[in-house]
Design a protein around this ligand. Structure first.
Ligand code: AHR
Length: 668
């Protein structure tokens, strides 16, 4: 830094109007705009991983509500503490797969449930006799030997790391109960951590056989880690199944809906699209373990759920219909990811015989019809029956997830050729990245490369898309994150992602869609090292990466403007991009400063009018090691300020470790 620069920086710490010798100057070229930036550019990727759905987004408060947690993975066999997948060739290696997974059946059975014997006496087991419904074949059987006169036997659910309730709020209770020689009542309770009864309802039991009981419980106190209990006060045998406790207030007050604060955090990203249901779970650990969207519809009691390859059972409560509804509620387009007859290559990798492929193709047709088909179609009619006769906003279907290799490319073409003529309005995405597989593909609308990398990779590859061939397909960067050598995430990761996003946005004629992954973790259960949003029973917080995503999404211009660099070239970890927002008549400049020192930049805006007063949004940290936490959730969060020294030529000093957006009222 020369002396003049030091002096000026000292005198005018954040802005000056005179250009300084030796500084970098960025000139916006208004006569030569770059590619348009499509509306679809920034979306979100949902997968049931880290209890992101059950225990976070999905508002159900009871864990293992159907007593099915121990049920072995579909298509697998339980033997001696393991579940074994069928021996079958892996679709990539062609070698026989012998995938197995440890299975602690006795422990899993009682996931989240315990029995308190408050001076009562009882034995209990999870059984599959006299099933309530084929989707929930198991129930809790309790043989109460002694209870009454003040002593009870209580079936207790600990929820997802507690049952959170708020004073004055209402909770919809639903459970199924059956008895034999039991003459007592059943008392449902929400109990605080210090054993206070926060809500209670006594049910008199008269009828025989499985009966449904419902009520609304109003909490008299607040506790984020309470529990739910069903209490029995007489001897006899009882069976309990499908116990559900749901806040009455959900996002947009939808039934079987979403936790308001979590859903709002997603809505605040203003995502252009939502991808569902994954991720590897689309493929399944075995082909039978794949997500079967039809099983995610209807009354949640009749949804079978399935073991999720992130190692817990999912209720599929946030199912296909809820996903489509959520997209509508937040004004996003829907992207459905479908299995194409291949299971996850890193697990069993088994696949279906070619003769089975039409079944899989038909299943995708049905999914599309359910979302957008006329009500005269079989599945369009089912959507109408579910209360939504209008079509949903399904726009994209991805054929598989992270499926690669010759078998996939062949299958992709078969699926594409069968589906595209029938649904020309849908963009069918192939899961291949850049590389060998491209050559084997026939017509493809879009490819989906993924990157989980170190920060250096993103900084070194900000120009990765510049020279990629145009015209063959569009690119959807469906999963990316800096998740290596950054622990559970820190500003270093977020800034490197911002730098990479600059490269995507600059190449928006090729990269037209992107989504960071994974989206959410319940912080009591981290299956994947870095995730964008952290949830517990009290809070929902965005990591620094969340705010990077949000800043790009909320400050997406309509078109790129070329930047010409004059004077000293930019040094170190610095990336810049400019664009124009037609509606707001604003030049939008983004600068990522990955360096630990301030960055002085001159700007030239050779356009007829530049208004002095504009807006600056800064996301910065004192150290690139910093990260938000439940204690300090907004340590790194965007700060918006008014700036009144914009001009045809101006200087701005960018904070160390920052992403900054300048919004300047200008002509084009
Ligand atoms: O985002 C986590 C996992 O990463 C996804 O399930 C998979 O597609 C990728 O390998």
């Amino acid at each position: 830094m020369n002396r003049l620069k030091i002096l000026s920086a000292f005198m005018l710490p954040f802005a000056c109007v005179t250009m300084l010798v030796g500084q970098s100057t960025l000139k916006i070229n208004y006569s030569k705009s770059g590619p348009e930036i499509p509306e679809s550019m920034y979306g979100i990727f949902f997968e049931e991983i880290n209890h992101s759905g059950d225990g976070a987004l999905y508002a159900e408060l009871i864990q293992n509500r159907g007593f099915e947690e121990h049920v072995a993975i579909s298509g697998c066999e339980y033997r001696d503490g393991y579940v074994y997948a069928p021996e079958s060739p892996n679709y990539i290696s062609n070698k026989l797969s012998k995938w197995r997974h440890p299975w602690y059946i006795e422990k899993l059975k009682y996931t989240a449930w315990t029995i308190n014997q408050n001076a009562g006496e009882a034995s209990y087991d999870v059984v599959d006799e006299d099933q309530l419904h084929p989707a929930t074949p198991h129930s809790m059987k309790i043989e109460i030997k002694k209870a009454g006169n003040g002593s009870t036997v209580d079936l207790v659910n600990e929820g997802y790391w507690g049952v959170p309730v708020e004073k004055g709020e209402k909770y919809a209770l639903r459970f199924y109960f059956k008895k034999n020689d039991y003459k007592g009542a059943v008392t449902a309770r929400i109990v605080s951590t210090d054993n206070r009864v926060l809500a209670e309802k006594k049910f008199r039991i008269e009828k025989e056989g499985w009966q449904e009981y419902t009520s609304v419980l109003k909490a008299s106190g607040t506790d984020s880690k309470g529990s739910f209990q069903l209490c029995f006060d007489a001897p006899g045998t009882v069976w309990v199944d499908y116990v559900s406790l749901f806040p009455k207030k959900t996002f947009k007050n939808r039934e079987n809906g979403m936790r308001r604060d979590v859903a709002q955090k997603l809505a605040d990203l203003k995502p252009a699209f939502v991808r569902w249901p994954g991720g590897c779970i689309v493929e399944g650990a075995t082909i039978e373990n794949r997500v079967k969207w039809k099983e995610t519809l209807g009354d949640p009691m009749t949804r079978r759920g399935e073991w999720d390859l992130w190692n817990y059972r999912t209720t599929m409560g946030f199912g296909y219909h809820e996903f489509l509804q959520f997209c509508e509620d937040i004004g996003a387009d829907a992207m459905f990811v479908a299995n194409v007859g291949l299971s996850c290559r890193f697990r069993n990798g088994d696949y279906v015989d070619e003769s089975q492929l039409p079944v899989y193709i038909q299943d995708i047709c049905d999914a599309i019809d359910y979302a957008i088909g006329d009500v005269s179609t079989e599945w369009g009619a089912k959507r109408a029956e579910a209360g939504h006769s209008k079509p949903f906003s399904l726009k994209y279907v991805e054929l598989g997830n992270e499926n690669w290799g010759p078998r996939y490319t062949e299958i992709y073409s078969k699926f594409y050729n069968a589906l595209k003529p029938k649904y020309p309005q849908i963009e069918f995405i192939s899961t291949i990245g850049f590389g060998d597989d491209e050559a084997r593909l026939g017509k493809v609308d879009m490819i989906d490369p993924h990157w989980y990398v170190k920060s250096d990779f993103f900084w070194e590859n900000t120009h990765l898309f510049d020279n990629k061939e145009r015209g063959k397909y569009k690119v959807y960067v469906g999963e990316y994150a800096c998740n290596q050598d950054v622990g559970s995430g820190k500003m270093e990761a977020a800034l490197s992602e911002a730098a990479f996003m600059v490269g995507m946005e600059r190449n928006s004629d090729l990269v037209t869609m992107s989504s960071y992954a994974p989206l959410i973790e319940n912080s009591n259960r981290r299956d994947w090292c870095t995730n964008m949003i952290w949830v517990n029973n009290e809070q929902v917080i965005g990591r620094s990466s969340y705010y990077v995503q949000q800043m790009f999404s909320l400050n997406k211009p309509d078109t790129n403007l070329k930047i010409v660099s004059l004077g000293s070239p930019l040094q170190g970890k610095v990336e810049t991009i400019a664009g124009y927002d037609y509606q707001k008549s604003e030049t939008v400049i983004k600068v990522v400063n990955g360096e630990g020192k301030k960055l002085d930049l001159n700007f030239k805006l050779p356009t007829s009018s530049v208004k002095a007063k504009g807006c600056i949004i800064t996301l910065s940290a004192n150290s690139d090691e910093d990260e938000n936490s439940f204690e300090n959730p907004e340590l790194i969060s965007p700060q918006e300020s008014v700036f009144d020294k914009f001009a045809k030529e101006f200087t701005y000093i960018f904070a160390p470790y920052s992403l900054t957006v300048l919004r300047i009222k200008t002509s084009l």
